[in-house]
Design a protein around this ligand. Sequence first.
Ligand code: NAP
Length: 496
Amino acid sequence: MAGTGIFTDILDGEVYKYYSDGEWKTSSSGKSVAIINPATRKTQYKVQACTQEEVNKVMEMAKSAQKSWAKTPLWKRAELLHKAAAILKDNKAPIAESLVKEIAKPAKDSATEVVRSGDLISYCAEEGVRILGEGKFLLSDSFPGNERTKYCLTSKIPLGVVLAIPPFNYPVNLAVSKIAPALIAGNSLVLKPPTQGAVSCLHMVHCFHLAGFPKGLISCITGKGSEIGDFLTMHPAVNCISFTGGDTGISISKKAGMIPLQMELGGKDACIVLEDADLDLVASNIIKGGFSYSGQRCTAVKVVLVMESVADELVEKVKAKVAKLTVGPPEENCDITAVVSESSANFIEGLVMDAKEKGATFCQEYKREGNLIWPLLLDNVRPDMRIAWEEPFGPVLPVLRITSVEEGINHCNASNFGLQGCVFTKDINKAMLISDAMETGTVQINSAPARGPDHFPFQGLKDSGIGSQGVTNSINLMTKVKTTVINLPTPSYSMG
Ligand code: NAP
């Protein structure tokens, strides 16, 4: 059970502690932040509302711990990460339970998220050993006008303090996708978990604590992003921000100092379906891509752009599959569970009502109880409807009928987002042309968009992000190239 067994230290009465200087602490604010269970709409957990002084202290410790961590041999850093991964996987049950209770993720998917996170940490440790253990050697005489008098050695050095801010939908996985590359590269790490998802993150951080990382190297500050977010992101001690979330990321980018940013933001992933597509395959992918975790995935299929000639058939196939989706509590592994908050449910409802007023075809009746919204397919959506462009982050999927591939590409490219997209066709040559034409960070051919496997590069264009993720890219982003040049008095070719 959450907060028990090896996790007893992280709880103080009914409020979870924050993690600073290698210890679990109660905030001097005397205040806590409630985490509302999306399914019951009752307070499930409470976390500390940390103060600015506590942030200052954490940053000071992070700066000092990083100096010796950077000098710790790479293989030792990797060893500790492997240890943390094993502890995390061995204790997946209480962490998965917290995910179920604070973000209403189906129980099975919650357990998968924890195991996937352990695997990501281990992969990152291995990749770090490989890529950080080698550098480049350059000779000066390859550039015009130079003799062979300079030997340039390059290596990768850590940036310093990395601030990690993940979103609610994959709080553990998207936290470790920032923590592991930061640590293997020799950085220290300050985590600000999402409020919904904070307790799962605190459990995960305890696994790093138990693995024996040095004091102050990893910290976890809790509190509402709207209250301590600016103080954290504009803190002078921060040398890199890795953020995943919504539009907040755009405002953070505008306020942050001259530091590397890794921003993975929203998406409106389009699914373009051509006449020759295997419609059964498309329908299964639309269900998986559009309705997994109730559509609360950055890479969810968020708009279907289907050729008019096959639209009726596809819509019928998807409708049949939607009817089979189970709706209810996450504990019972239902396909569709409550969305994260009441405000999120209200926002989704607003998009549905707008589509209704403007004449979209409802393939199912719209139904909502509290934060639970039944899966809904909206056919005959037109570009003047909000749902054609906005990210519902819920189980509502619009279908736009197109009469040419160009129309589909134009709709996709007119979006301010550019995360992923997918195209279904049996013609690989056409698929490649479409992939090149789509202005998105990734295009999937004959499959729904997906972030994983976690070592694949993952990036968004336009308002969908800055930088690229995926294990190798994250390690590179959290390091800087350093060069040492050996200068010789005479060209090294002069003997013999
Ligand atoms: P969000 O509201 O932007 O929150 C993300 C994180 O930012 C949370 O930890 C939040 O903390 C924190 N935050 C809020 N205000 C802040 C501020 N002023 N300064 C610093 N941090 C602040 O996003 P969300 O609702 O959790 O997640 C949904 C969004 O994430 C969607 O748009 C989705 O597409 C996107 N997403 C993108 C990816 C990707 O890789 N591209 C992956 C997953 C999700 P609090 O919870 O305390 O407010």
